[in-house]
Design a protein around this ligand. Structure first.
Ligand SMILES: Cc1ncc(C[n+]2csc(CCOP(=O)(O)OP(=O)(O)O)c2C)c(N)n1
Ligand SMILES: [Mg+2]
Length: 1133
């Protein structure tokens, strides 16, 4: 038994510190040390922890307890790390540590444990990302699936890191964290659970209960041996259990702390210098030499005046051996923090992170780059400049948005790829705009120049075979998926995505695609080890476009987190003709990143080596903390917005400076030549060789056949085909009744311990089971569950995302249940089978349309085996994402050959809800299709727009998305009242094998079709109102039984001409054809269907609907009712 009798009291904020160990620690060789902390929690905490420490000591564990009264969480965390570091250094026998604390102590422990357990060589995570509980249910796991759901990232022992001495303890592994908390404790009970605790890379055990509760369970051995010994199976809540900690030995306090870095300095002076140092860290960036144009006055930063801290520049540092002055310290600080690269960490929350950043920054800065790397940088930039010159000479009227003035982005990109590859990353997803894009594509991503030349000359970037679908995109939007050969025989896959002109719209798409790939590669909840995202921005668009804020808001949400994104702002200090001071209200272009505490490295674009270093720091930081980081590269634009613009119209002074400058590549080349690192002949040779090579490619480009860059055979897309453009294929999407009944029952099943809401138990779960047992009609939600369940059984993953999708806007879905006792979530469809592989991820999203839709589109283009669904809260809110619809969803395939099977659910229907909750603006989607007005549509039409009227139709639509051998976005004009309308419910037989989606549903109620005088055509829920009205008219004998047929267009696009023709041919005596719709005449499907009926079917339709309107619907109840009445009259007149 080893009893350690100590308490470390940290009462100063000055860190780092040294810790003296009491003499009775000298003779032991502990294996595990348990760290206990207690803070301002008073006696309760104290006694509990004392009891715990006693038990631990009794059980042979080394135990250090320390008081953190008065320290905030940052310093506590830091204190923890320092103590651990010290103890680990002292005891090489130590193999692991366990933390325990209450409330704030637990939080600090978790943060510290995370820091300590970080290691550059992480083993592969075994957590499958597919378990959507990781998204929605971080805390709860189902017992049956305990093993699969509870595996944790366990890190190997990290080495002592010289550069961030405060962070990595040597030879020690964090075994776990014990959080002691009352269930309803204001901090422990609530805040702890809402904290990003499950980002913890270490096992976490929660002991909850009152003090008394915690004193009546077996022994702490149980916790330590059962929980922490099996490191793969120790994460989760142990809520209802109680632990007994018998009192016996009491630990005593010894207060120890000092200020290590300045041990030998006079206390007052050392404190003043410490404060000045801190000031340089916090404010140095304001004076940094990061603007190559230098036409701005530097601000006065009072915080950096040594006098503020009582220091004089010529003051000697007391007790220093050498005759050092305060001035020498200031010069040193300036050199580090105010040079051509600076670090801004003002909103970085965690002091450990700051510490890490500053250490890494200082270390990277101090390092001289090897000569061969310098030569490489030089070559990259010279080649880039050369490409711009070449294109400028050969194609003088071309707008190429060259990289001139921003060439330092090339070493940045080069180093970023190398750094991420070194850290084990296999794939990189890049979103970037126009500026310098071609320089990257050609210079680093092996883009075939022949294709680029073809593009410039007006030839296609696609092979002949794609031209039935592809219409291509402009030069500045070209994209590539490249497999790069890296050092050591490694491969790095880099995907630079197609980009629309709409600046920054690509960001969520790139992030979504990255997330999709992370899931495909099996990355666990701690993403970003294998696939990473890099986004490059213009300064004006980064500060001006709202999507940036939406994307930042996503970064830490479990459903959207990609493990941190690295952002490079190509800050040429102009947006078109708008200078920064007119383009943003914030001092820095990067300031929006402050909303998530993003660190910023600001670099002078004239210093390519610093850009390279910034890339290295950024890649390391992202890898270490899995958070976003911004590199703000201040540079300039050699020409106008494009090469044909004259920038001196608007920026005469700036361009006087720019035009007089030596280019970045030339300046750097001269520097290297002067230093003897490269010789002029070599540089000339580089230029000559590439010119000769490009000239020969230019000659050959007309006959060059571009490679198909889509549906890559070695990817999951290889099994997809190009859609048949000549006809619309029918796909058998039915399923066996037994399978569906099983799915239906499983879709509402929860574990017996799970407390489902009483109302849901009766009205949803039990009602569903009863329906299934009695073969009753299938409602919308059940049909959806059938579709989801059957697709999961077929091995397709599903992601359902949107605002409140778990429950559903109309409280009909309940794909996720919330336990009424624990608040935990459960998704039954993920537990249909013991060894179920495919999973549904249900993501209740942030309140964003544009970024979320972009993200979902990105997910959808990553893998054809994942059904991705975005549901709008109400249909009309999709307009917030109009950019994504226009530039990606409807046109991504035509522009870049990206197939996407994204499903968009848009609740729609006129029910008096007013202008904004009635219409999903069907007309806008129909206008966005390339369906033909005068010829028959095929599968090649860019999107499907459907308006199903029964639950079975919805089921078949969802299944069709995955069953067919190509992917197309599907817009479902989805219902509100039909969700529960009995008439919209389908029979089980409508789901059976052999059944499929019906683009047109004829009128089965008409027994004598040859007597029909009028055919009313419509789509959506309106048909039920029409049928009701017709019954009324028949009953009142206004019309006869077979006078009017009502035909439903379930699929508006591709336009089902053949099916309609078949249907209409039944009504040989029809004299009138009416298109009846709820929407005003200038909206809804009218303008789409009318010419098609006329051109393809020879039918002249009469319109019945609301008159033209400015708003989609009226907001006055009485007016709404009048409109309905008039609409009915017109339809049946
Ligand atoms: C959403 C959007 N609005 C306007 C434009 C038109 N436009 C194209 S480039 C540009 C300036 C962009 O400035 P910045 O983001 O700083 O990039 P830079 O061109 O300076 O590299 C503008 C306004 C656009 N492409 N996208
Ligand atoms: Mg700009």
């Amino acid at each position: 038994m080893v009893v350690i009798d100590t308490e470390v009291s940290i009462d100063k904020k000055y860190l780092p510190m040294t810790i003296e160990v009491p003499s009775n620690w000298e003779s032991i060789s502990p294996k595990i040390c348990v760290f206990l902390t207690h803070g301002a929690g008073g006696d309760k905490d104290f006694h509990q922890l004392v009891a715990l420490s006693i038990k631990l000591a009794e059980s042979g564990y080394m135990c250090a307890r320390f008081t953190c009264k008065g320290l905030n969480i940052k310093y506590r965390t830091r204190a923890y790390v320092e103590v651990v570091r010290h103890v680990c250094l002292k005891y090489s026998s130590l193999t692991g540590c366990v933390f325990a604390g209450r409330s704030m102590g637990s939080r600090a422990a978790l943060m510290a444990a995370n820091c300590i357990s970080k290691s550059p060589n992480q083993p592969k995570s075994e957590i499958s990302d597919k378990h959507s509980e990781q998204t929605l249910q971080p805390a709860k796991r189902k017992r049956k699936h305990s093993e699969r759901n509870s595996k944790c990232d366990v890190k190997p022992k990290p080495d002592l890191c010289e550069n961030c001495h405060a962070v990595h303890p040597p030879s020690c592994n964090t075994l776990g964290v014990i959080c002691l908390s009352y269930p309803l404790h204001p901090v422990g009970g609530k805040e702890l659970r809402s904290q990003p605790i499950f980002e913890a890379n270490v096992p976490v055990i929660f002991l909850s209960g009152t003090n008394d509760d915690m004193c009546d369970l077996p022994t702490l051995e149980t916790i330590l041996t059962t929980a922490f010994s099996n490191q793969n199976n120790c994460r989760g809540w142990i809520n209802e259990r109680k632990y007994f900690l018998p009192p016996s030995i009491v630990c005593r306090a010894t207060s120890l702390s000092s200020f290590s870095n300045h041990d030998n300095l006079d206390d007052n002076q050392s404190q003043a210098i410490a404060r000045l140092t801190e000031a340089y860290r916090n404010h140095g960036h304001k004076l940094a030499d990061v603007n190559p144009l230098n036409h701005f006055d530097k601000p006065t930063v009072v915080e950096l005046d040594p006098a503020c801290y009582g220091l004089k520049l010529d003051e000697k540092l007391s007790q220093e051996q050498e005759n050092l002055l305060v001035k020498d310290v200031v010069d040193g600080l300036k050199a580090i923090y105010c040079g051509s690269i600076s670090l801004e960490t003002s909103t970085v929350e965690c002091s450990l992170e700051k510490e890490w950043l500053f250490s890494c920054f200082a270390e990277t800065q101090a390092r001289e780059l090897p000569h061969d790397l310098k030569r490489q940088i030089c070559k990259l930039m010279v080649k880039s400049q050369n490409l711009d010159n070449f294109l400028g000479t050969k194609f003088p009227t071309l707008k190429r948005y060259g990289g001139e003035g921003a060439e330092s982005m090339l070493p940045f990109f080069h180093q970023f790829l190398h750094s991420v590859c070194d850290s084990g990353v296999e794939q990189v997803f890049v979103g970037t705009a126009h500026r310098g894009r071609n320089n990257l594509l050609v210079g680093q991503l092996n883009f075939p120049l022949e294709v680029m030349f073809r593009k410039i000359k007006g030839l296609s970037e696609f092979p002949e075979s794609a031209l039935s679908i592809a219409t291509g995109d402009v030069l500045s939007h070209l994209n590539i998926s490249a497999d790069l050969d890296m050092e050591g025989g490694r491969k790095l896959h880099v995907n630079l995505l197609g980009n629309p002109s709409f600046l920054e719209a690509v960001n969520p798409v790139a992030a979504g695609k990255c997330r999709g790939r992370q899931q495909t590669l099996g990355e666990g909840p701690h993403k970003g080890s294998k696939a990473v995202c890099l986004l490059m921005h213009g300064d004006a668009s980064f500060t001006g476009q709202g999507i940036i804020m939406e994307c930042f808001n996503m970064t830490k949400l479990p459903g959207f987190d990609v493990g941190g994104i690295v952002h490079l702002i190509i800050n040429n200090q102009l947006g078109f003709t708008t200078p920064s001071e007119l383009g943003r209200s914030s001092p820095y272009a990067s300031d929006i990143g402050k909303m998530i505490g993003c660190p910023v490295i600001r670099v002078n674009g004239d210093e390519p080596e610093q850009l390279l270093k910034a890339a290295e720091i950024a890649a390391k930081y992202r890898h270490e903390y899995k958070k976003d980081i911004i590199i703000d590269m201040l540079c300039y634009r050699k020409w106008g917005h494009n090469e044909l613009d004259d920038p001196t119209f608007t920026q005469p002074l700036m361009y006087r400076d720019i035009h007089g400058r030596q280019s970045v590549p030339d300046k750097y080349t001269d520097k290297l030549i002067e230093a003897g690192i490269v010789d002029k002949n070599t540089v000339d040779q580089w230029i000559e060789n590439s010119m000769a090579h490009w000239n020969s490619l230019l000659k050959k480009c007309d006959n060059y056949v571009p490679e198909p860059i889509y549906l890559a055979p070695d990817s999951p897309w290889g099994k997809m085909s190009l859609p048949n453009v000549n006809h619309v294929t029918t796909w058998d999407t039915g399923c066996h009744g037994d399978e569906l009944r099983y799915i239906g029952a499983k879709s509402v099943e929860v574990h017996e311990d799970f407390a489902m809401h009483e109302h849901l138990t009766k009205s949803h779960a039990e009602a569903r089971v009863e329906k299934l047992q009695t073969d009753s009609l299938v409602d919308w939600a059940l049909a959806e569950a059938f579709a989801f369940g059957s697709l999961l059984n077929q091995g397709y993953d599903i992601r359902l995302c949107g605002e409140d999708v778990g429950r559903g806007t109309f409280s009909h879905r309940h794909a996720v249940f919330t336990c009424q006792q624990s608040g935990n979530y459960h998704i039954p469809l993920n537990h249909m089978l013991e060894d179920q592989k495919a999973q549904i991820e249900v993501v209740c999203s942030l309140l964003s349309e544009e970024a979320v839709t972009g993200f979902e589109y990105g997910m959808s283009i990553e893998n054809p085996d994942r059904l991705v669904i975005w549901e709008a809260q109400f249909g009309d809110f999709f307009t917030g994402a109009q950019i994504i619809f226009d530039t990606f969803i409807t046109s991504g395939e035509a522009k870049w050959m990206y197939q996407s099977g994204l499903v968009v659910l848009l609740p729609h229907g006129y029910d008096g809800a007013g202008p904004e909750h009635s219409s999903c603006r069907i007309e806008r989607f129909l206008q966005g299709t390339n369906s033909s007005e005068d010829s028959i549509d095929g599968d090649g039409v860019n999107i499907s727009v459907c308006h199903p009227t029964t639950s079975a139709q919805y089921f078949h639509l969802l299944r069709r998305q995955m069953v067919r051998n190509f992917r197309k976005p599907l817009i479902v004009v989805s219902p509100k009242i039909l969700l529960r309308l009995p008439a919209a419910m389908s029979h089980m037989k409508d789901f059976q094998p052999g059944t499929h989606f019906l683009p047109v549903i004829g009128d089965s109620s008409v027994k004598e079709p040859q007597r029909v005088k009028k055919v009313v055509l419509c789509s959506g829920k309106h048909c039920y109102a029409l049928e009701k009205e017709r019954s009324k008219l028949i009953k009142t004998e206004v019309i006869n039984q077979s006078d009017v047929a009502i035909v439903k267009l379930e699929e508006l696009c591709p336009f089902p001409a053949a099916e309609l023709q078949r249907e209409l041919s039944k009504y040989q005596s029809a004299e009138a054809y009416v298109w009846s719709q709820e929407e005003p005449r200038n909206m809804g499907p009218w303008t789409f269907v009318s010419p098609r009926f006329e051109n393809l079917l020879g039918v002249k339709l009469k319109f019945a609907g609301r008159r033209e309107s400015a708003a989609p619907a009226v907001g006055i109840g009485g007016l709404h009712r009048q409109e309905v009445e008039k609409l009915m009259k017109e339809t049946f007149a």
